[in-house]
Design a protein around this ligand. Sequence first.
Ligand code: NI
Length: 273
Amino acid sequence: MNHRWWNHGAETGKIKVVGLLVVAVLLFVCIMGAWPDRSTSVFMTKGDESSQKEEDVESPQEDSELKRPEIDPEKPMLALTFDDGPGKYTDTLLNKLQECNARATFLVLGQNVRKYPETVKRMEELGCEIGNHTYDHKKLTTLTPEEIQAEVEQTNQVLTEVLGHGASLVRPSYGAINDEVRANVAYPYLMWSVDTTDWQRKDAVSIVNYVLETVQDGDIVLFHDIHDFTIEAMMTLIPALQERGYQLVTVSEMAKLRGVIFENGQKYFHFRK
Ligand code: NI
């Protein structure tokens, strides 16, 4: 701060008054400028600080899910879901999704996440969603409570090693759920409304035609990204669905856009209007 005028200010009363006014204004500006910092440091309790941190961590994820300006909630949408991978063809599918600005949901096996960690990272980078499809595809309804828990938690552990977080949705292998599973797997269960039976068809054209004839707005469509014929089908199907006006979104995007809030132990088959 320049103090020169302060000395001159002693010469006449007028200059003195002006000088004091300037000091007052400068002090006011300094105090107001510092106020936001003071309010957080002085008035925020410890509890507030931790909740503030949680919000800081969560908001970017929520933003990426909700702020896709190209998605129109009023227009038709589908959630394409791929089970049992990742596998050696999954990156080809990711290339096509990226090229078409489409998203999908991958229900991964823990043992395959170990084999293809870079593919799983890329899924997330492209805005795709990752769900838990057990560790090695055992039928949960045939297992003990400890084994059931291990099938789900081991997959979330390996996902956490790769991505820094586990999956929030579970699709039990074979869709097999009973009371024992419900008691030991406290997650929302992601089912499907269109089963492409791609593994039986073993033919890209057959898969493409079946899906184009069958799907409607809000469907969750089941594929397996471990088969070359499924990947071949997707090369045609992704642009063909988009040409028919379907927005290809993740399961969680579609749930949010349709006002559905996931609850543990509930099954979700579709998000039709
Ligand atoms: Ni499966």
